[in-house]
Design a protein around this ligand. Structure first.
Ligand code: AMP
Ligand code: TRP
Length: 330
């Protein structure tokens, strides 16, 4: 029996953070056996906002593929590929753009947020969700595991797919988002009401997956908490503590409730911080060791070459169907 398909991707827009691990990679690991998984690197999405150094994009792309492998994502279960190596993504995106309404894109909260940050906004930032819909729909994707901030984009992909299906017959599978029950929005350690991000201005707020043990411990120690002096879980009034408890539960692989029970009432934030740092270090160390091995070998390129072949075959077949249906050709 054919497995259902999963597709997701992490942009090479910065060094991966704990947030990416909790919101994405952890789910990929959980689901990789159950689904035929397509894990790609959406480099075309990365140039939707200005990049300081374009050389870094390719470098981060390779690193990201090596991190996928080092985390335990298995090339026998997963197809890894780079978006810009599969032309059908932009080919389909153009067609889908013509079937997406301005109003729909105007409503995207990520566009609203990001467009406030830059002076001159490229059109690509506006149409980005359509490219993402193409990414998903080309592969008959059933499920899309993402963090909470991407849910609205997956919903738009469903909307566009449905619209195209109504007009042209059943072309696309309607994808479902999968959002993690905990860790869908890990917060910045310095500004615990904001999302931890690859591109935060203050690097003390984000733990990167390749941070050294010392850096991890230092950042957790400095994490902003509150002056109340007792551990309990209250996202609104104690966001720093709530975030640490969430990170702990993800890395210990225990329900949030158990993490809360373990520390509730504890009067030394230092104890909680030490436990959180231990837990992150224990999880990341073996991954980092593997990473530094893998990045030296040809494995990354072999896996990406194989992935490019398979992705191109599937995506170009789908594009060909859509292209004819909308009337292109002779
Ligand atoms: P980004 O880093 O914004 O390119 O996001 C890549 C993926 O990681 C998306 O699925 C996000 O939803 C997820 N993600 C990013 N940051 C976080 C975070 N702080 N907490 C949970 N998930 C996140
Ligand atoms: N937009 C996603 C992000 O910034 C990355 C992405 C692009 C993606 N295309 C996708 C995720 C398709 C899932 C499916 O995180």
């Amino acid at each position: 029996m054919n497995k259902k398909r999963l597709l997701s991707g992490l942009q090479p827009s910065g060094e991966l953070t704990l947030g990416n691990y909790c919101g994405s990679i952890k789910q990929f690991l959980e689901y990789q056996k159950e689904y035929d998984s397509f894990l790609f690197i959406p480099d075309m999405h990365t140039i939707t906002v200005p990049q300081k150094d374009s050389n870094l994009i390719a470098e981060r792309t390779r690193k990201l593929a090596a991190i996928y492998l080092a985390c335990g994502l298995d090339p026998d279960n997963c197809t890894f590929f780079i978006q810009s190596e599969v032309p059908a993504h932009n080919q389909l995106a153009w067609i889908l753009e013509c079937f997406t309404y301005m109003g729909e894109l105007n409503r995207m909260t990520q566009f609203k947020d990001k467009s406030k940050k830059y002076k001159n906004i490229g059109c690509g930032l506006f149409t980005y969700p359509v490219l993402m819909a193409a990414d998903i729909l080309l592969y008959d994707t059933n499920v899309v595991p993402v963090g909470l901030d991407q849910k609205q984009h997956v919903e738009l992909a469903r909307e566009i797919a449905q619209r195209m299906n109504n007009k042209f017959g059943d072309i696309f599978v309607i994808p479902e988002p999968i959002i993690p029950t905990i860790g869908a929005k890990i917060k910045d350690l310095q500004y615990p009401t904001k999302k931890m991000s690859k591109s935060a201005d203050d690097a003390n707020g984000s733990i990167f997956l390749l941070d050294t043990e010392d850096e991890i411990r230092r950042k957790i120690n400095r994490a902003v908490t509150d002056s109340d002096g007792k551990v309990w879980y209250d996202e609104e009034n104690k966001p720093g503590i709530a975030n640490l408890l969430t990170i702990y539960s993800v890395f210990e692989n225990i329900p949030l409730k158990s993490a809360i029970e373990r520390f509730e009432g504890c009067e030394r934030y230092g104890d909680l911080k030490k436990a959180v740092a231990d837990s992150i270090v224990n999880a990341l160390k073996p991954m980092q060791e593997k990473y530094y091995d893998i990045i030296q070998t040809k494995l990354v390129d072999e896996v990406l070459d194989k992935g490019r072949e398979r992705a191109n075959k599937i995506a170009s077949e789908k594009y060909d169907i859509v292209r004819k249906l909308v009337g292109f050709g002779r």
